[in-house]
Design a protein around this ligand. Structure first.
Ligand code: AMP
Length: 215
């Protein structure tokens, strides 16, 4: 069977990262998250990281040249494997560049999953989100609490609030999403094969809906 290629779309805080990780482990896919790649680069203080840190802190999109370079490298390193793209493409221009990259590589997208959630629910979710900087586990002060307050269940590191999860930045990221990323949904809807999933429920419920949609 050909390797499965999936794109997951959704506003910041829609749960797309969590669902992408679940789907990757269920289907044996590589989870290619541009946000994670950029956060790694920032942590390692690479040249890309130093450039990206400011954009990320302000909730703006990073420059396409950086993102395309990361994506090209990630796709090349995933040759022959299935993958799920999380956080890319985020603009129409990125979707068009991805189309070109895939034509060059002789690969195609099997599913585009869009997770739809009400923006006010997103503000609540993201304000309460905490992440483990070491192993990337994601928690929520409301719904997914750690066993020991403030410590990651998986690796024991101190969990933190992402700098871009402050309320003003969350609202800015949602505006950026509406303006720049919502048209990407139309790009894939027009092509056919777009699946929209209700992202207001719990993690298990949403995951089950995604699996059903991919049958
Ligand atoms: P995420 O973890 O996907 O919410 O991404 C966090 C931040 O990384 C975003 O707010 C952007 O600043 C940057 N970023 C991630 N993916 C992209 C992308 N495809 N294009 C531009 N910037 C991105």
């Amino acid at each position: 069977m050909a390797a499965l290629h999936v794109i997951i779309l959704g506003a910041p805080g829609s749960g797309k990262g969590t669902q992408a990780a679940r789907l990757a482990s269920e289907k044996g896919l590589r989870h290619l998250s541009t946000g994670d790649m950029l956060r790694d680069a920032v942590a390692k203080k690479t040249e890309i990281g130093l450039r990206a840190a400011e954009y990320m802190r302000e909730g703006r999109l990073g420059p396409d040249e950086i993102i395309f370079a990361l994506m090209r490298e990630a796709l090349a390193a995933s040759e022959g494997s299935g993958w799920i793209l999380d956080g890319f493409p985020r603009t129409l221009a990125q979707a068009e560049e991805l189309d070109k990259m895939l034509i060059e590589r002789g690969e195609r997208i099997d599913y585009v999953i869009d997770i739809a959630v009400d923006p006010e629910l997103i503000v609540r979710r993201l304000s309460n989100r905490r992440v483990c900087p070491k192993c990337k586990a994601v928690y929520n002060l409301d719904t997914i609490r750690t066993k020991v307050p403030g410590r990651c269940d998986a690796c024991g590191a101190e969990i933190v609030k992402r700098p871009d999860d402050e309320e003003a930045t969350i609202r800015k990221r949602l505006r950026v999403y509406e303006e720049q990323t919502a048209p990407v949904i139309e790009h894939y809807r027009a092509r056919g094969g777009l699946v929209t999933v209700d992202g207001s429920g719990g993690i298990e419920e949403i995951f089950a809906e995604i699996l059903r949609a991919m049958k």
